[in-house]
Design a protein around this ligand. Structure first.
Ligand SMILES: Nc1ncnc2c1ncn2[C@@H]1O[C@H](COP(=O)(O)OP(=O)(O)O)[C@@H](O)[C@H]1O
Ligand SMILES: [Mg+2]
Length: 242
């Protein structure tokens, strides 16, 4: 059974979709077959990230209601081993039972299934997913970190213990004394730190350029995270080097 990773956050705009997409490409570079499911009903975006927005006809709700899964699976050219399923319109309910059945089928066919979740604290769709790796994406400002703590509390109620990625990190917050180090963010959020991604124009431009400079700061931070997700022991660099 392949792994399943959900990107969640309390606040919107923290970078769940950006990290879902870029980590999918990193994992595919490790020769993994990756399925990415956009679960942000009414606000789909993975089709834009992968340059297939003009191709999408069927989405997740079509797949679940018709059972014709293949019609909703899009394989963007230029990305080896990646398949994308688009999010439904806002009024289409995602049937939980059908979704779990669908997920279990494709976890046998893909090495990793990535779930790009909407912002907020409703995680009912994640309940009952075996061996789920849940990653809370927070920015490093105090409001976002408080949101990460709220995510932890809601997920703990359904027995999910999430990791934390600090995204759009800017060392100015440490230089100005808001935090002494990453331990402060870990303490406030109550979450286990999986990685830190810098505030980066390359990531901001990813939907346009669809490329990260190899060995640039953004690329390196994502490579460290994808390595850790694959069980490698990779230390966090000094904040000034992120
Ligand atoms: N590390 C980053 N550095 C700079 N901009 C980023 C970074 N991560 C995400 N962004 C930008 O932040 C905005 C929100 O990102 P998005 O992934 O859509 O967030 P979410 O899915 O959590 O709502 C987008 O404009 C995206 O390009
Ligand atoms: Mg999103």
């Amino acid at each position: 059974m392949g792994s399943c990773i959900a990107f969640v956050s309390g606040k919107g705009g923290t970078g769940k979709s950006t990290l879902s997409c870029t980590l999918a490409t990193m994992l595919s570079e490790k020769n993994q077959r990756v399925l990415i499911i956009d679960l942000d009903k009414g606000l789909k975006c993975q089709d834009i990230f992968f340059g297939i927005d003009k191709d999408i006809v069927f989405d997740l709700s079509d797949a679940l209601s018709s059972g014709n899964y293949n019609d909703s699976m899009y394989y963007p050219k230029n990305y080896k081993n990646i398949c994308v399923i688009a999010a439904p319109p806002k009024d289409n309910e995602i049937n939980k039972e059908l979704f779990l059945k669908f997920l279990n089928k494709f976890r046998k066919e893909f090495d990793t299934v990535i779930l790009d979740m909407p912002a907020g604290l409703d995680f009912s769709i994640l309940e009952g997913i075996d061996g789920l790796t849940c990653i809370c994406v927070s920015n490093s400002d105090p409001i976002s970190v408080r949101g990460a703590y709220a995510v932890k509390c809601s997920l703990n109620e359904i027995n999910i213990s999430p990791y934390l990625i600090v995204n759009k990190f800017d060392k100015i917050l440490m230089e100005n004394g808001l935090y002494n180090n990453f331990d402060d963010i870990i303490d406030i959020s109550g979450l286990r730190l999986l990685g830190v991604v810098p505030n980066s124009s390359e990531l901001l431009l990813f939907p346009v350029c669809r490329k990260l400079k190899k060995r640039g700061k953004a690329y390196n931070s994502l490579k460290r995270i994808s390595g850790r997700l694959c069980g490698e022991r990779i230390l966090l660099p000094h904040p000034g080097k992120i």
